[in-house]
Design a protein around this ligand. Sequence first.
Ligand code: ATP
Ligand code: MG
Length: 158
Amino acid sequence: VWVDFVKFFNHIIDRFEMTKERQVTFRRLLPNHTIYVEIDEDKLTQVIDNIISNAMKYSPEGGQVTFRIQEFHGEIEVSISDQGIGIPKDNIEKVFERFYRVDRARTRQLGGTGLGLAIAKEMIGAHGGKIWARSLEGKGTTILFTLPYDPLQEDDWL
Ligand code: ATP
Ligand code: MG
């Protein structure tokens, strides 16, 4: 299905913003025009829900979570950044493996199975995109993913 990704992303962020229980500020760096992409909304909702849940889970009280969409040739890049504990350099690719969780001790009380990002990788791959992470321990984490985007296709809809 063709979906305006900006609107779709805003809806998900709104849902988290309305239900959040912690002092975390949201910052949206999103285009103010439509970007039509062909996606499975249920699957992408699951992917984004997990990334935002992780960002909230590992954010400090008073932290900021930043949402961004950037347009490049042939694709959009979506990113979600937090100012949380970060992921050690050696583990940055492993977090996309099934059941992998950095440091059992710190994550035990936060719950989860370690499947969220593995599922995200599978689903983003199925959409023709890529997903990866950037992180600095103690500073924060950014999860980024791309989705193919053909601006010419969009002209047909105008
Ligand atoms: P689930 O998503 O299945 O409930 P989970 O959140 O532990 O469990 P993933 O979402 O796959 O699993 O994340 C894997 C691991 O990567 C987490 O356990 C955590 O150690 C680390 N991680 C993921 N996102 C962040 C983040 N924003 N900041 C710090 N660590 C993170
Ligand atoms: Mg998770």
